[in-house]
Write a protein that binds this ligand. Structure first.
Ligand code: GLC
Length: 460
């Protein structure tokens, strides 16, 4: 087929994906960097959309959301890029639509799991790059309702999310490997017009037929720029139909928040780090590289203390069931969050950095100690010169003995095994928030600076 993506185009695309990170930091100076295919920077393209503060309020409090990659690729079980990675012709790939018939209301299971995990919103692929629509697109028969499934999976999803009291998000891929018009949209003006009109119309449909939508998550804005996609007009339409919605930055204009992918990078404005639970977005049958609940707790804390959200992905199987390890891991994280929620919401960075297997955050004059490696009967943090007013285990409320030994804060009489899992939190209240001043503080930073300088000179 002539419109199968070429290897060169695919590589370009990966470069574009990588470029998302560079567009993430609106207002931090990075926005001026022009990526390939990017429009010339102008104020309006990089400004936050109107009413940003009001619309973002719930999102900033939510902190934790579920991403769902689900579609025809879930049948193959080799990730959502299988079609182009394996050069599967459109005519062959589209046969999968005749098999894709998930069990009814699978999304209820996801929504329940999301709530149990402590997530407050969900974002599902209404259409991924393969072009298969999970909703009843008026512009193609390549959709769940018109193929084997025979029903609108976006509607089932929306109802399931609302039933659990969560916020509803739509992921929408601009790029479409199934569309012959998309394949030539860079060079053929008529095809471009047809395709971009269709994209706008599908978004209008999604923003009209499903009630209140809380998040619109664009992706894959290849190969056009903001002018080509008519992104400002597209967002204006979305805001007109959904005045409370928040929109991400992946249509080459700023949107309400930036989207670092597979990494946690604090940025000046609002940001949401999206991440896989193993190494796949779409179901990866052979992928057993699961992140541990401890890693996820650590990632959640990193996002929250730097003012970001964490959008954590599940890749359900084609029948809609969630791989068992994902369920187990997310439930563990949710139970931890339930016991330790003050150590997640409303925290900022502490002026304490160095500890062995211990991490820190702050809320006013309280310091949270996240103990990853349980040390046994006592725990010492260097460079704290103030006696806490009180200290306790956050989960149980049980008091913890704390004493100052010179510049060392020592928690004593601790149980021999960790009282909580995967991370035990001690919260200690001080008269004023302590600033760590230890030998490590004095040595490590200058040492890192020296390493950096030597590297800059060519040392490796
Ligand atoms: C990457 C992948 C894409 C996925 C997205 C989620 O860009 O290529 O398939 O949907 O990450 O952020």
């Amino acid at each position: 087929m002539s419109h199968i993506i070429s290897r060169r185009a695919y590589l370009q695309m990966l470069a574009v994906s990588a470029g998302w990170a560079a567009t993430r930091a609106v207002g931090s100076g990075q926005e001026a960097k022009e990526g390939k295919g990017m429009p010339a920077p102008t104020q309006s393209l990089y400004e936050r959309p109107p009413d940003h503060e009001r619309r973002m309020q719930w999102w900033r409090e939510a902190r934790f959301g579920m991403f769902i990659h689900w579609g025809l690729y879930s049948i193959l079980g080799r990730g959502e890029w299988a079609m182009v990675m394996e050069d599967i012709p459109v005519t062959e790939y589209e046969q999968l639509a005749k098999q894709f018939n998930p069990r009814p209301n699978a999304a209820r299971e996801w929504a329940r799991l999301a709530r149990q995990a402590g997530m407050k919103y969900m974002v599902m692929t209404t259409k991924h790059h393969d072009g298969f629509c999970l909703f009843d697109s008026k512009w193609t028969d390549y959709s769940a309702p018109k193929q084997a499934a025979g029903r609108d999976l976006v509607r089932e999803y929306v109802e399931a999310v609302r039933a659990e009291g969560l916020r509803v998000g739509f992921y929408f891929s601009l790029m479409d490997w199934h569309s012959a018009d998309w394949a030539v949209c860079q060079t053929d003006a008529a095809a471009r017009q047809r395709f971009v009109n269709r994209v706008h119309a599908e978004l209008r449909q999604l923003m009209t037929e499903y009630g209140k939508i809380d998040v619109l998550w664009y992706d894959g804005a290849y190969p056009l720029d903001a002018e080509g996609w008519r992104s400002p007009e597209m967002n204006a339409m979305v805001f007109e139909l959904q005045p409370d919605i928040v929109i991400n930055n992946r249509s080459w204009i700023a949107g309400d928040f930036s989207t670092p992918e597979q990494s946690i990078e604090a940025a000046k404005g609002d940001w949401e780090s999206c991440m896989t639970l193993n190494d796949h977005w779409g179901y990866g049958a052979a992928d057993d590289n699961w992140k541990s609940p401890r890693t996820l707790v650590s990632n959640l804390v990193k996002c929250s203390q730097d003012g970001g959200n964490y959008l954590l992905n599940i890749g359900p199987k084609a029948d809609g069931s969630v791989p068992e390890p994902s369920v187990r891991i997310l439930r563990t994280v949710g139970q931890w969050l339930e016991r330790n929620s003050p150590a997640f919401y409303g925290i900022t960075k502490a002026d304490i950095t160095y500890g062995d297997g211990v991490y820190f955050s702050r809320k006013g004059n309280e310091i949270y100690f996240y103990i990853h490696s349980w040390p046994g009967s006592s725990l010492t943090i260097g460079g704290i010169r103030e006696q806490p007013k009180s200290a306790k285990f956050l989960a149980s409320g049980r008091e913890v003995k704390a004493q100052l030994n010179g510049s060392r804060l020592v928690f004593t009489d601790l149980p021999l095994t960790a009282p909580d899992n995967p991370v035990t939190v001690i919260v200690a209240e001080f008269a004023t928030a302590p600033v760590q001043d230890s030998a490590a503080v004095r040595i490590v930073e200058p040492f890192l600076k020296l390493i950096h300088e030597q590297k800059a000179k060519g040392w490796s």
